[in-house]
Ligand binder design. Structure first.
Ligand code: AMP
Ligand code: MG
Length: 409
């Protein structure tokens, strides 16, 4: 199906967004604040690790070529400062996991493999191989090795490796600073009385929370009416503090099209309508270094647009991947009716007994029904068309979260 004039394909829209955005500068943060951030520079090993030959077991340090049938225990080396002990022929040093190997020794016998007396051990019959139960210097990490590449999300494992290399700070990308402003005369704050015709402002909360999980910092969140002057004043008051402005509502072609009126004045509007469902009206604009996403007001449209266009933008600012969402193949559990636009339908993907990814619809897909995103862990990508797509058909999907096994809650 050809794309009507005035609209662009979502892939093209995302490319325009990505081409308009550059990576943010880095900043240094202490280890304790680094989890969840994105590494800005490769972490390079600055020494071999372990730095010394270390025992992997509680046991006895011995010389493997010593043939004495029993050994006198001459000392104890625990994990800690190297006591500088030496194992001479006929002797052994008791040693703990992680402790440095004494001089003269080249192997460990685990405690379970020897007969122990107060002051000596009786050796087993089998020969002990040199290097047994030892971690050699550099066997985990080699000095100069690139340990973690820039762009990695810092989780516990990355943090542990960074700490292992003795770094107490990490270079991370600065978080994109975002303002979220919802627009609409019908909106009230949650908790306020609802006069007829009024609805709670939900987008400000769903968008703000989703943006945070994407790695953004929400520096401003507020609500304005359908009043272009009010919006313009609000934007002016926050724009110096932010990288991205996200608005919701007012981008369709209704009378009170505030964002459109606001942006018409000075901004460079890159596109206004995308050939997709939900989320056809979507304004993307640049204004003197400020990146502006005018998201549609319908709750699902705004959240799906956020996922498809704002997440890649944030990833690019953070130096993180993917910029183009990965796709997997899923099998439809139910019939699907396509629409007249490329559609991103919300589904719950589970893994069946044979390991297949099975996509079940979350129900009515109308773009005002935010509950269609509840428990949804993927968006299936359905081409525009008229023919029902039968259950069993394999279609592409963008995963929002990892699928669980079928039958698990
Ligand atoms: P709009 O894009 O402003 O034309 O809004 C489209 C639909 O989304 C209307 O039904 C609005 O009432 C609804 N809507 C707009 N903004 C919000 C919001 N912040 N929270 C919940 N619903 C909204
Ligand atoms: Mg509105």
């Amino acid at each position: 199906m050809s794309i009507p004039s005035g609209m662009i394909h979502p892939d093209e829209a995302r490319q325009i967004v990505l081409d308009s955005i550059s990576q943010l500068p880095s900043e240094s943060v202490p280890l304790t604040n680094a989890a969840g951030r994105v590494l800005a520079r490769d972490v390079v090993a600055r020494y071999d690790y372990p730095a010394f030959p270390a025992s992997t077991m509680d046991g006895y340090a011995i010389a493997s070529d010593d043939v004495s049938p029993w050994r006198e225990i001459t000392g104890v080396q625990i994990a800690g400062p190297d006591l500088g002990l030496t194992v001479y022929p006929g002797q052994t040093v008791k040693i703990m996991t992680g402790a440095p190997l004494p001089h003269g020794a080249d192997a460990i016998i685990p405690i379970e493999m020897v007969e122990q007396a107060d002051d000596h051990i009786v050796m087993p019959d089998e020969a002990v191989q040199p290097g047994a139960f030892l971690r050699q210097p550099g066997s985990d990490i080699r000095s100069g090795q690139t340990l973690i590449t820039a762009g990695a999300l810092i989780t516990g494992v990355e943090l542990g490796l960074i700490a292992t290399m003795g770094y107490d700070t990490v270079s991370v990308s600065r978080k994109p600073r975002v303002a979220v402003i919802s627009t609409g005369d019908e909106l009230v704050d949650p908790g306020s009385d609802l006069a007829p015709g009024m609805i709670p402002d939900s987008n400000r909360y769903s968008l703000g929370a989703a943006l945070r999980t994407m790695g953004a910092e929400i520096v401003h969140s507020s609500r304005v009416g359908d009043d272009v002057r009010e919006l313009a004043e609000r934007v002016t008051s926050v724009r110096d503090d932010i990288d991205i402005l996200v608005t919701s509502g007012g981008v369709s072609v209704g009378d009170k099209d505030v964002v459109r009126m606001l942006l018409g004045e000075s901004a460079e509007v890159k596109f206004r309508r995308v050939f997709m469902k939900p989320g056809k009206p979507l304004t993307f604009a640049l204004d003197k270094g400020l990146v502006i996403f005018g998201l549609p007001g319908n709750p699902v449209s705004s959240m799906v647009s956020l996922e498809l266009f704002v997440r890649p933008a944030i990833n690019k600012m953070l130096g993180r991947h993917p910029l183009v969402p990965d796709r997997v193949s899923v099998t439809l559990a139910t019939d699907i009716k396509p629409s007249d636009r490329l559609e991103f339908q919300r589904v719950q993907v589970t893994v069946d007994e044979s390991g297949r990814l099975l996509a079940s619809s979350t129900g009515n897909q109308i773009s005002s029904r935010l509950a269609s995103m509840l428990n949804a862990n993927a968006l299936i990508v359905i081409d525009a068309g008229t023919e029902t797509i039968p259950a069993g058909t394999v279609v592409p999907a963008i995963l929002l979260d990892l699928p669980r096994s079928a039958g698990t809650k």
